[in-house]
Ligand binder design. Structure first.
Ligand SMILES: NC(=O)c1ccc[n+]([C@@H]2O[C@H](COP(=O)([O-])OP(=O)(O)OC[C@H]3O[C@@H](n4cnc5c(N)ncnc54)[C@H](O)[C@@H]3O)[C@@H](O)[C@H]2O)c1
Length: 590
């Protein structure tokens, strides 16, 4: 018998097992692959509401959530002590899946303590054949954790001791939860009342979106999850805790409770492991539901289809696999190389250029290289209306961007007095206004979505190196650099990073298309050829700039000079600007 649930559109039923009654909610078509979402501490199943709705409505899965014993509307065991052991939690899980999906193995997804207990489910013999895959976030296996500690105690190199101390400091709350009565008192008192506000401030979990109905009793009962299991299992980890299903590990880089290093040895326990990282804090089911739903869908679909799980290795693949990335000026040079680098990392790529053919070629090659999806779009970044149309189409057809790369730009060389107002307008329209349009139109939707993102603006070393030859170009790039800094400050509170990339001389087509002012056509062509030769002799490949861009996004860097000369000039501009001014005065070509 099922009844309507507190989760919008869900059917609810009760499953009796081991002296407790579990409240189970279901969404979507039971004929489709079943995804079971297991919540953490101190949450109830409602913590998954955003992810569950996406998995059922958009991905078409049969989604099952249940309140862990003692949480939400499930009843608590009596007595509490000894009622929350991993063995009993495994009994509950099996009772739920036997009810909701008796004939097919299920895909388990766990967060926090939901993940800790799901590691037990996926490593014990009696669940073999009942689990098709496991997606783990922010909750390690206690067995693997125990072995991780033992390995570091046995061979304590300085690095390993640092790792132990680092995780030890992050586990402060675990010690507190082992104290008698104190956690219960705190949760039923001031902590319980202030918890949503704390989460809102620290984690940016939307305050009204965080389910609090059963919080004090969830938190008080949940303390037994720790007391019944942690010490005992860490002291005596099982020697054979191997995963019998493929595992997708999603690691938020800013998790205050768990060090990323905890998962260093995981490959030895999990034969089929896909790693993902996310620039986020701990409560990702609330703060990053779009990204989680996309990764779960990709993983479950691959396993169901008998295909290899996606992007199992590679630093950039962990971070960008499945993300939506748009690159302007993607038809050539740095833009094309950047589109390819994201494609190789498994991102979905939108290649934009004013040259339709070049954009199409980039999209085609991106698919060949590894992008699960890639599209070409034609737009002139300096044209506001064209950019509005582009943004409208991208948001409607492909979604909100995870990464925007404002790369399109043109070169212009010539002294100030030979540069006409028309020349100024052209270079500012593309190099500065193109970036402004991109940031406004795509950045606004990123901010509105509230799930983070990153904007990369391609400036240049010319942004901080004065020059007699490039007054208009350098001004446009200096403006891009400062715009990026200002925007970075403004968007930091929304978890949107902004980076300015400042390359030096890079071997691309820009030299043959750059305009030279104050000279006739023949001289302009001669100079174009000359600088093309110079750049090809310098021979710094755009692929290296692309690599620097992916690194900068991964580490959320503010300003990144690329090429040795750009790094040198950056240092001089900060500590010895007089030297750069002197070079600019004596060198008419710089
Ligand atoms: N190559 C270098 O040495 C160097 C150094 C520093 C900075 N940069 C900057 O890097 C960026 C990329 O330059 P590149 O060297 O790869 O040049 P490139 O000429 O090889 O590629 C630029 C691409 O942008 C496109 N584009 C130009 N104007 C456009 C517009 N209005 N709308 C849409 N697309 C447009 C072009 O069609 C081309 O495909 C530019 O912003 C440039 O200023 C280049």
């Amino acid at each position: 018998m099922t009844t309507p649930s507190m989760l919008k559109g869900a059917r609810e039923r009760w499953v009796r097992t081991g002296g407790v009654e579990l409240c189970v909610a279901e969404l979507g078509d039971p004929e489709q692959p079943t995804v079971v979402l297991v919540h953490g501490y101190p949450d109830s199943k409602e913590v998954w509401s955003e992810v569950a709705a996406r998995l059922a409505d958009r991905c078409g899965f049969h989604v099952v959530l249940y309140d862990v014993r003692g949480h939400g509307r499930s009843t608590a065991p009596q007595p509490l002590r000894g009622g929350f052991t991993l063995a009993k939690l495994t009994d509950d899980f099996l009772a739920v899946v036997d009810t909701v999906s008796p004939n097919h193995p299920v895909h388990v997804v766990g967060h926090d303590w939901g993940s800790v207990q799901s590691w037990e489910f996926v490593t014990v013999g009696r669940t073999e054949g009942r689990i098709a895959s496991f997606t783990s976030m922010s909750g390690p296996s206690l067995d693997h954790f125990g072995h991780w500690i033992n390995a570091r105690m046995k061979r304590p190199t300085p690095r390993r001791v640092g790792q132990l101390l680092g995780q030890g400091a992050k586990s402060w709350y675990v010690y507190l939860l082992h104290t008698p009565a104190l956690p219960e008192l705190a949760w039923r008192g001031p902590l319980g009342k202030r918890w949503p506000k704390i989460l809102q401030r620290v984690e940016k979990v939307p305050g009204d979106g965080y389910p609090t109905a059963s919080l004090p009793s969830d938190a008080a009962h949940g303390a037994w999850l720790y007391r019944d299991n942690v010490r005992a299992r860490l002291r005596r980890p099982r020697p054979d805790a191997y995963a019998h299903a493929p595992v997708q590990l999603i690691t938020p880089q800013g998790d205050a409770f768990l060090s990323e290093r905890l998962y260093d040895d995981l490959d030895q326990w999990v034969p089929r492991l896909t790693r993902r990282t996310l620039p986020a804090k701990h409560w990702i089911p609330r703060t990053r539901p779009d990204q989680l739903a996309a990764w779960i869908e990709e993983f479950v679909t691959a396993v169901e289809g008998g295909r290899p799980e996606p992007a199992a290795t590679g630093r950039h693949a962990e971070r960008f696999g499945g993300q939506l990335v748009l690159v302007t000026g993607a038809g050539s040079g740095i833009g094309r190389a950047t589109a390819f680098a994201f494609a190789e990392a498994g991102a979905r790529v939108v290649a934009v250029d004013r040259d339709a053919e070049a954009a199409t070629r980039t999209a085609e090659l991106s698919r060949l290289i590894g992008a699960p999806e890639a599209w070409a779009e034609t737009a002139d970044v300096s044209d506001e209306q064209a950019m509005e149309k582009l943004a409208e189409k991208v948001h409607r057809a492909y979604g909100v961007l995870d990464v925007l790369v404002n790369n399109a730009g043109i070169g212009l060389s010539g002294s100030f007095f030979t540069t006409t107002t028309d020349d100024w307008r052209k270079v500012l329209d593309v190099n500065l206004w193109g970036v402004i349009h991109g940031c406004r139109l795509f950045g606004a939707r990123m901010a509105e979505r509230g799930q983070g993102g990153h904007i990369v603006n391609i400036a240049s070393a010319a942004a901080y190196q004065p020059s007699r030859a490039l007054p208009a170009y350098s001004t446009s790039k200096a403006a891009v650099l400062m715009l990026s800094e200002c925007l970075r400050a403004e968007l930091a509170s929304q978890d949107i990073g902004v980076t300015a990339i400042c390359p030096g001389l890079v071997n691309t087509n820009i030299t043959s298309t750059a305009r030279f002012t104050g000279v006739d056509e023949t001289e302009e062509r001669r100079r174009q050829k000359h600088s093309a030769r110079l750049y090809s002799l310098r021979n710094y490949p755009p692929e290296k700039v692309a690599g620097a861009i992916l690194d900068a996004v991964t580490h959320n860097r503010a300003v990144v000079p690329v090429t040795p000369e750009a790094r040198g000039a950056h240092l001089l501009s900060r500590f010895m600007p007089g030297v750069l001014r002197g070079i600019a005065r004596v060198n008419p070509k710089l």
